[in-house]
Unconditional design. Structure first.
Lengths: 110, 110
DNA sequence: TTGTCATATGATTAATTGTTCATATGTTCA
DNA sequence: TGAACATATGAACAATTAATCATATGACAA
């Protein structure tokens, strides 16, 4: 017969966040899981930037950048302000930096 | 004429990590960007677990779990040890916990 | 060795997703 | 109001990927 781990499972299950929260967590990391978006976040690490500057920097089309900024904004990872025709984006909070920094440590330490 | 930001770009470009590193960083977060893998990592947060216990816990097939554990292991996010027929998996290091914790904060704080 | 349990793996399929292209919206200035 | 610039958006296509199914590998016990 298969081996039993009902006792362990009961304990662990009690400590697990809800499925909804775990889903949200996965969705959040999914946003970090794209090179273009990572590059955008790095570009905004120190300063705000306008869309066309980001596009120039990454050597990509304005449209592609704009689509990705929309994704980042929907996840509350960036914020924006308008100044005339130009729209400047910046990181929304410190979590973005912490998450990236932790990931950076993980891949550079080994 | 389009507006100019050559000076800004030059500065930012100098501070950006290499494309290869940014790619690796994206690849790392991609792994966190799946609910099943997030659940597995949460399951292993406190204790090691065997594959079938994880499958039971998440109510998924052994095969699906095994495939995902392979992905996690390839990224050095989990490690394993064999005890007879059973193979136990555990988190590889503290970065996994930190990354998850940062993400958790981001989504629960607003 | 044979049977059973635990895990791994390869191929396939369905679903997700990032970029492109064309175009729309919004702002400024002459 | 019209022209130019900055940005946003919708549809379509290509590429990636997670789960499934069938099967293989590995360990143990009788």
């Amino acid at each position: 017969m298969p081996h039993d781990h009902a006792a362990l499972l009961k304990h662990i299950k009690a400590d697990m966040p809800t499925d909804e929260l775990l889903q949200d967590l996965g969705d959040l990391f999914k946003i970090f899981g794209d090179t273009t978006r990572i590059k955008i976040m790095y570009a905004l690490y120190e300063n705000e930037m306008c869309v066309c500057a980001i596009a120039d920097l990454l050597n990509m089309t304005q449209s592609a950048i704009s689509h990705q900024l929309k994704v980042l904004k929907a996840a509350n990872l960036v914020e924006s302000r308008r100044d005339g025709k130009t729209i400047y984006y910046r990181l929304a909070d410190e979590h973005v930096k912490s998450i990236i920094a932790q990931g950076y440590e993980h891949i550079t330490e080994k």
